[in-house]
Design a protein around this ligand. Structure first.
Ligand code: HEM
Length: 85
């Protein structure tokens, strides 16, 4: 998890939140959840964030389990922190 005073790291904090099934399914659709380079494109990161949070309820992963508030916060902190590897 995120240590005090350190920024959120993709490899350490974000990448482990995706399950193999998430990575595998989405890779086939060109959504490269495990790929820092793809994820650190602001458009892609926002799109992933939006699908995870959804409108009324999360859209991804289909049927859940949906990400907790804490996990969503980690993702938004990673984005705000400038997509650190
Ligand atoms: C840019 C973001 C994303 C887009 C555009 C997207 C789009 C889609 C679409 C169109 C499908 C197939 C149709 C459906 O079952 O609803 C799908 C399936 C799936 N997505 Fe995503 N998705 C995104 C992000 C994610 C994320 C962040 C996760 C998990 C953390 C995820 C996990 C899955 C899984 C596991 C499936 C397969 C479900 C199954 O077949 O049982 N997706 N996604």
């Amino acid at each position: 998890m995120q240590g005090q005073g350190t920024s959120v790291s993709f490899e350490r904090d974000i990448r482990p939140l995706f399950r193999e099934v998430d990575i595998d399914h989405m890779e086939g659709m060109g959504v490269l959840l495990a790929d820092h380079k793809w994820m650190s494109n602001p458009k892609n990161a926002k799109s992933v964030y939006d699908f995870l949070s959804g409108d009324k309820e999360p859209r991804m992963p289909p049927g859940g389990p949906y990400w907790s508030d804490e996990q969503m916060k980690l993702l938004s902190n990673w984005i705000e922190g400038g997509y650190q590897p």
